[in-house]
Design a binder for this molecule. Structure first.
Ligand SMILES: C[S@@+](CC[C@H](N)C(=O)[O-])C[C@H]1O[C@@H](n2cnc3c(N)ncnc32)[C@H](O)[C@@H]1O
Length: 196
């Protein structure tokens, strides 16, 4: 079966690439900031206006399509090519949801390692309330492979807290937004800040 990196390469080879919507307002200002799984730069483009930002993604096609003037690194969130404590802040925006359970644990450990003591982790990830929960073939608990081959995991809030238990929680909320697809259907994500 095609691996996840190959699936993402294929997605980003499409001329009208994914993840084009408006960038969320970055809550992390200033300092040295690492965005993990930066894709084609939706969030990174906002980050570079106020921080010394670095983007990392495993898809070369995504990085090629990224118009942002920032250092871009091809790499895996499971094994970061940075020294311990290199960053004041790390973003994991809609990345943990595309990993299997053991990979989510590895990515959380790497984010912790790459942050300086007191540094901040910003997390956004789909929750079990999201309208797409349950779509596709279940490959692990609350984790589904959709028709395009991409893995989607949907979190409970306490599950995310447990994953990030080495950090101190500064805030964690669930944001929901109605969608145009069906009455009552929502896009739902957990949005949190955690301190190392
Ligand atoms: C939904 S996109 C999010 C893009 C961006 N963070 C944003 O919020 O706009 C998920 C990104 O994570 C990347 N990704 C998934 N697994 C990865 C891994 N193991 N290592 C590095 N990047 C990964 C994908 O290539 C994709 O660009």
């Amino acid at each position: 079966m095609e691996g996840q990196r190959e699936v993402w390469e294929r997605e980003y080879s499409i001329p009208d690439p994914l993840w084009k919507g408006p960038a969320p307002e970055p809550v992390l200002n200033g300092g040295r900031v690492l965005e993990l799984g930066c894709g084609n730069g939706k969030t990174l483009s906002a980050l570079v206006r106020r921080s010394e930002a670095v983007g990392l993604d495993h898809s070369m096609n995504a990085l090629r399509a990224c118009p942002v003037r920032a250092p871009l690194v091809r790499g895996d969130v499971l094994r970061l090519p940075f020294r311990d404590g290199s960053f004041d802040a790390v973003l994991l925006h809609h990345v943990l949801q595309h990993l299997m359970a053991d990979e989510r644990a590895a990515a959380a450990a790497e984010a912790f390692r790459a942050l300086r003591p007191g540094g901040l982790l910003s997390v956004r990830t789909f929750s079990v309330q999201d309208m797409r929960f349950g779509k596709g073939a279940e490959v692990e608990n609350h984790t589904f492979r959709r028709g395009n081959g991409i893995i989607y995991h949907y979190f409970e809030a306490d599950e995310l807290r447990a994953l990030l238990s080495r950090f101190e929680e500064a805030s964690l909320v669930e944001e929901t937004a109605p969608t145009k697809f069906a009455k009552g259907s929502v896009r739902a994500e957990l949005v949190g800040i955690f301190r190392r």
